[in-house]
Design a binder for this molecule. Structure first.
Ligand SMILES: *[C@@H]1O[C@H](CO)[C@@H](O)[C@H](O)[C@H]1NC(C)=O
Ligand SMILES: *[C@@H]1O[C@H](CO)[C@@H](O)[C@H](O)[C@H]1NC(C)=O
Ligand SMILES: *[C@@H]1O[C@H](CO)[C@@H](O)[C@H](O)[C@H]1NC(C)=O
Length: 455
């Protein structure tokens, strides 16, 4: 049962068609939409025409001449790539019950848009065009450097060559590009972002699902920033293995709290003097105590960041739960994401209450979030695109600062350990014993995750 059963209620399927020149952040936006909706259990997938083109034209030189409208071979391949991407998307809609497909393509002529429009209509899919229009040179240059110097098309080439070749490629597209237009396209459902979100034009947004996508996109910015995540320091409950409650930090937990400012400074490096962090905690004592030595002025506590509510099991140890509620204990192991504690919450419930946090997080710049294991797993899953079967089992150790740096095609992760011992609070499947065995699915094994480049 999805969080938003929109697709069942409305029976709506949406095809988001990206429109705009290269280096306008289209792929980034496309991937974020897919990641966000998937996190909310709305089945979504991105179809990147560039990937199909690279696959089809493996042995063809992909420097800028390939993209010239007068290059017959290039035009042929690019045509095939669009067709392959659209065909794959239609299969996915029909055979795999897809709900939101994102077509990430570049050629945005009216003729091409009309073809997609017709195809969607015949298949009862709502087409929604999403244009990223941008004339801010700095923004474009930033995108070129960030995305294209790491693009598979320029592997093994110098950054200078990549940049100048890519600028020429953009020129080829400019010669045929037809932006969405308020008058000409007034029959279409579209969103037009001007210079990311300094101006946003909306036209004929019809379904609830579409309006959710719009709302999300309106909150995005693409300025570089860093997100730090940490659990609270070890608590007195963690020493006794109890869950829930509102315990104080243990002695070692306090040590971590004192060490945390230094850890953050070290991680910021030379940026430290001019970086202002916003600090978010939950409303529980252990996170606020952990934040208490941080020198930053902006501190906010959110109820939505409180730990998963264990209901009737609050204050018990896993062993006590296993004895008292054996069926529950097993049910939770069988499907930890869906299992809801008696009178408490499930992981899915956390995702629902975290949604406003995600929106606000997208708007923020540099931020440090001190929260709890289950909440942190859900936040981490959003940034790293981790599937629901896996996220509740991820190991996120105490006394460790996690740093996330969102980039165009991936999020970089690094971890700083405080070197202050703490009990392990990781519980593996099928046991009530705490502690981490070899090979546990830990954050460590996912140090740098490349979000599969969108296909
Ligand atoms: C874009 O698509 C249109 C219509 O399908 C086609 O006529 C045109 O040649 C294409 N242009 C480029 C630059 O690929
Ligand atoms: C650590 O202790 C806190 C209570 O202070 C609890 O909420 C949390 O679940 C504990 N961690 C684990 C996994 O035992
Ligand atoms: C937590 O610490 C405060 C202040 O040191 C103390 O007054 C309180 O009794 C402690 N609470 C528990 C449950 O130990």
């Amino acid at each position: 049962m999805p969080v938003y059963s929109v697709s069942h209620v409305e029976n709506v399927r949406v095809c988001v068609v990206m429109v705009g020149l290269p280096a306008r952040g289209k792929s980034l936006i496309a991937q974020k939409i897919v990641r966000y909706l998937s996190w909310l259990s709305i089945k979504s997938k991105c179809f990147n025409v560039g990937n199909y083109r690279r696959e089809l034209a493996k042995d063809v030189d992909a420097s800028h001449e390939f993209f010239s409208p007068t290059n017959a071979v290039g035009t042929q391949y690019r045509r095939q790539a669009v067709e392959a991407a659209i065909e794959a998307m239609m299969h996915w809609f029909n055979d795999e019950h897809g709900v939101v497909g994102v077509l990430d393509a570049t050629n945005s002529t009216r003729a091409r848009r009309d073809e997609i429009l017709q195809l969607c209509r015949t298949n009862s899919i709502e087409p929604m065009f999403l244009e990223s229009w941008c004339d801010d040179e700095n923004l474009i240059l930033h995108n070129i450097i960030d995305v294209k110097t790491t693009s598979p098309d320029y592997q093994g080439q110098s950054a200078d060559f990549a940049t100048s070749d890519f600028l020429k490629r953009i020129k080829h597209y400019e010669s045929t590009y037809e932006p969405l237009d308020r008058d000409h396209d007034r029959q279409l459902t579209f969103v037009k972002l001007v210079n990311v979100n300094s101006q946003i034009m909306l036209n004929r947004i019809e379904s609830y699902l579409e309006s959710r996508i719009v709302y999300y996109v309106m909150n995005l910015h693409i300025r570089p920033r860093t997100i730090y995540l940490s659990r609270h320091g070890e608590s007195e409950y963690n020493l006794t293995g109890q869950i829930g409650g509102d315990a104080n930090l243990s002695e070692r937990g306090w040590k971590y709290a004192k060490k945390l400012p230094e850890l953050v400074l070290k991680s910021l490096g030379e940026d430290a003097p001019h970086t202002n962090l916003t600090v978010w905690t939950s409303t529980l004592k252990r996170t606020q105590q952990t934040a208490s030595f941080l020198p930053y002025k902006k501190k906010l506590s959110w109820k939505a960041l409180d730990e998963l509510d264990a209901g009737d099991c609050d204050g018990m140890t896993y062993e006590e739960i296993e004895q008292k509620f054996p069926e529950d204990f097993k049910a939770r192991d069988d499907n930890k994401y869906e299992y809801r504690y008696r009178g408490g919450e499930s992981y899915r419930d956390i995702v629902i209450r975290l949604e406003p946090i995600i929106m606000e997080l997208e708007r923020q710049e540099n931020i440090l979030i001190i929260t709890h294991q289950a909440v942190l797993r859900c936040l981490y899953a959003y940034f790293m695109n981790i599937p629901q079967e896996e996220s509740p089992w991820m190991s996120i150790p105490l006394h460790t600062l996690i740093k996330l740096e969102p980039r165009a095609y991936s999020t970089l992760v690094s971890r700083l350990k405080a070197d202050i011992p703490a009990v392990s609070t990781y519980k593996e499947k099928g046991t009530s014993q705490l502690g981490e065995a070899e090979g546990a699915k830990s954050v460590k094994s996912r140090d740098i995750i490349n979000e599969s480049p969108c296909s």
